[in-house]
Design a protein around this ligand. Structure first.
Ligand code: AMP
Ligand code: ZN
Length: 119
């Protein structure tokens, strides 16, 4: 699997940096954001290093499809209330203008009763 030795999320995916795991399989990891904005805030990442959403190619489609299909189940598991009163926000910051800080593709799943610290 392609990894970037200087990438913090690759290190989390490899278990070299600890995280509070929400979900894991051979291709995907979900873990709690270290600075949550809301009662529920976790990140969903591919274990392979993909720099951003701008780097996604057609060959990634099955992986991304699997990630997207996990979101509702994991959101509910982590405490998001049911749709439509509950629900969640799915965010993928991409590049400088998109506000991306960590250069490894990640989806924020944010939810739980408001008010939230941000958003
Ligand atoms: P962004 O790249 O702006 O979409 O956001 C990166 C997110 O990663 C931020 O919400 C950080 O709080 C989060 N983050 C950074 N380092 C860690 C870490 N070691 N464990 C969990 N979350 C992290
Ligand atoms: Zn990485």
């Amino acid at each position: 699997m392609s990894q970037d030795p200087n990438c913090i999320f690759c290190k989390i995916a490899e278990g070299k940096i600890p995280s509070r795991k929400v979900y894991e399989d051979d291709e995907i990891l979900a873990f709690h954001d270290i600075q949550p904005w809301a009662p529920v805030h976790f990140l969903l990442i591919p274990k392979q290093h993909i720099t951003s959403f701008a780097h996604v190619e057609e060959s990634h489609a099955p992986l991304l499809g699997k990630m997207m299909s996990l979101v509702p189940r994991l959101a509910q598991q982590e405490g998001c209330r049911p749709y439509p009163e509950g629900g969640f926000r799915l965010v993928c910051n991409t590049g400088d203008d998109g506000g991306q800080e960590v250069r490894h593709l990640h989806f924020h799943v944010i939810g739980g009763p408001r008010p939230w610290r941000k958003g």
